[in-house]
Design a binder for this molecule. Structure first.
Ligand code: AMP
Ligand code: MG
Length: 357
């Protein structure tokens, strides 16, 4: 299949491109589109066979449900059986934006879209291109991340093309995603509501609006025997090809330890990637060093994470060492994705200056 790639100017969104993309969606085809979180792989969420194509293009296990994207509050009641207490308060506060809520599904939503579940995940993105596309495509657009399953999520159209060129009808290029990590997922079918995936909308932000919100603790815990409640969280998503290790400790010790580990790995003939910050970039004399942004700017760290993991795949490094990042704010989402990319592999920084094993 020849994939059409269309660049859209955000200051003057071309309706003809949106209409063309909308027709593809209504015809059961696939269109990758920008959102403020990551790029999504759009399909008509109410068309079972379009869901099937989505799983095939991504190589995604079919028990991993898709998020349905809407553009208007009034469209929610068509796809959900019931609207729990707190929903509209959260929607008023965070929609459009990076919050996905889970509800009991209505019979309008095929099981193909929900991975066989009785529940449906719904989000209203704030990205203007995404919103126009959703409306042009019939109002209900499923949109998993537009990557091959298992690869880091795409934050640019070029990332989408790396994975899906030739497999989908169209890619809309709207520049870099402004947030860079996927939406917060909140299960509204339980009381109190429970966070199944951390994102830019944090527990504290939601608690200010509706009171108590719980967190599914399997999502940050390496040793949990329980399956996470969001089926997708059990897969080793977001994974670079190299072994990634997070080096924990006081920053000065972390720098010293990463230097030592890098030297050791390089002496064994390995290519080494380092996830460093604006503040620490000059701490490392060797290795392939990437600046993720200032560690004080949590949003920058989130925005650059997947891009850097993809770059390391391209440069074919063998091992990656990452500095640790704060859990504050969007930091909980960064840590969740980094943990999954690392397969929960941590190294404790040594306080003594001796070679590490
Ligand atoms: P992605 O489309 O790549 O952002 O992944 C979507 C995430 O939403 C996956 O982790 C899914 O398991 C999760 N998800 C979607 N629908 C549901 C649902 N009905 N219940 C629980 N998790 C869901
Ligand atoms: Mg994904």
């Amino acid at each position: 299949m020849k994939t059409i790639i269309e660049k859209i100017n955000r200051d003057n969104i071309e309706q003809s491109v949106i209409d063309q993309a909308g027709e593809i969606l209504k015809g059961g085809g696939l269109v990758a589109f920008p959102t403020e979180t990551v790029y999504g792989l759009g399909a008509d969420a109410l068309n079972e066979s379009a869901a099937g194509k989505t799983y095939a293009a991504k190589g995604r296990p079919s028990d991993n449900p898709l998020i349905v994207h809407i553009a208007r509050n009034e469209d929610l009641s068509h796809i959900v059986a019931e609207i729990p207490k707190g929903t509209w308060e959260l929607a008023d506060a965070f929609w459009p934006g990076p919050l996905t809520m889970i509800f009991q599904k209505s019979d309008q939503v095929p099981y193909g879209t929900t991975g066989g579940l009785e529940t449906v995940a719904v989000r209203m993105p704030s990205d203007e291109i995404a919103r126009k596309l959703i409306l042009a495509g019939g109002g209900y657009v499923s949109g998993p991340s537009a990557n091959t399953s298992g690869r880091p999520s795409p934050t640019t159209a070029a990332h989408v093309a790396q994975d899906l060129d030739g497999k989908i009808e169209m890619i809309i290029d709207g520049g870099s995603a402004s947030i860079g990590v996927e939406s917060t997922i909140l299960d509204m079918t339980v009381t109190p509501p429970m966070i199944l995936r951390p994102g830019a909308v944090t527990q504290e932000m939601m608690e200010e609006v509706i009171g108590r919100v719980d967190v599914d603790h399997t999502i940050l815990n390496a040793n949990s025997k329980q399956a996470p409640k969001a089926p997708g969280m059990k897969y080793r998503h977001y994974a670079p090809k190299a072994q990634l290790s997070i080096v924990d400790g006081e920053l000065a010790d972390v720098y010293e330890t990463i230097r030592t580990l890098t030297q050791q790995a390089m002496s064994e003939g390995k290519r080494v990637g380092i996830i460093a910050t604006k503040e620490s970039i000059s701490e490392y004399p060797e290795g392939i060093i990437k600046n993720i942004g200032s560690r004080e700017k949590h949003g920058d760290v989130a925005k650059h994470l997947y891009q850097i993991l993809r770059e390391f795949d391209e440069t074919q490094v063998d091992v990656i060492f990452s500095e640790p990042f704060t859990h504050a704010g969007i930091g909980s989402a960064v840590n969740n994705r980094l943990e999954k990319a690392a397969g929960h592999h941590h190294i404790l920084a040594s306080r003594k200056k001796r070679p590490l094993v």
